[in-house]
Design a protein around this ligand. Structure first.
Ligand SMILES: [Zn+2]
Length: 90
């Protein structure tokens, strides 16, 4: 099994491009696979790590959120400069 890290720091597994959840390169992010295997409808939204730890891919740490909720969840934890701007995107 080929497991690598994507540019956002998420573990991804090579499954081949014919897999229903694969991206254009044939990879699925591990937390998406775990969520799908746990019965979550991963096509209904984004899979988010409840505790913010991208490497904690236990099913109980994963939840489906809508894209707007997801952006807010990540924005809330990001450092900002003294004008409230994000120091860097993640
Ligand atoms: Zn998230």
């Amino acid at each position: 099994m080929i497991v690598t890290k994507d540019t956002n720091g998420y573990l991804r597994v090579f499954v081949g491009r014919s897999h229903a959840l694969a991206d254009a390169a044939g990879y699925v992010r591990l937390h998406v696979l775990v969520a799908a295997a746990d019965g979550l409808d991963v096509r209904s939204g984004h899979v988010h790590h409840r505790n913010g730890d991208k490497s904690d891919n236990r099913a109980e740490n994963l939840v489906i959120v809508n894209p707007a909720q997801h952006a807010r969840a990540h924005a809330a934890g990001q450092p900002r400069d003294n004008r409230g701007r994000f120091a860097r995107s993640a």
